[in-house]
Design a binder for this molecule. Sequence first.
Ligand SMILES: [Zn+2]
Ligand SMILES: [Zn+2]
Length: 149
Amino acid sequence: MAEALEAAERLCARRGARLTEIRRRVLELVWRSHQPVGAYTILERLGRERGRVAPPTVYRALDFLIAHGLVHRIASLNAYIGCAHPDRDHIGQFLVCSGCGSAAELDDRRIDRAIRSGAEAAGFAVERPVIELAGRCPNCRERGRDART
Ligand SMILES: [Zn+2]
Ligand SMILES: [Zn+2]
């Protein structure tokens, strides 16, 4: 997590973007949870630390983090997860577990290239470059837990 925050600071400094205290803290909270975390949970934790925080503050911080590739949004879970390689512009590819709500990033460059060239050929501008595959993670498969469907 310390590494992720350092990488974020370097990346922002290089791009001339300001990793304000609140943005940094939100990124920290996203990383601290090892599973995708919802905006409401972040809001609640921030509120516990510093009193009431307005929701737009958190959403703006998340938008900033997403725009800089530091965080991905998992739409199917309506949650956020830290990216381990924000330095590289890439399409987020996630294995989303419907049992426990975990999300593992695949990061396969072949998929990245295939999607980019396919979208380009279709004249399509990708605005939210995230792929989500629903299924069961190894832990849930082992435990034979019922999916939350
Ligand atoms: Zn990523
Ligand atoms: Zn699972």
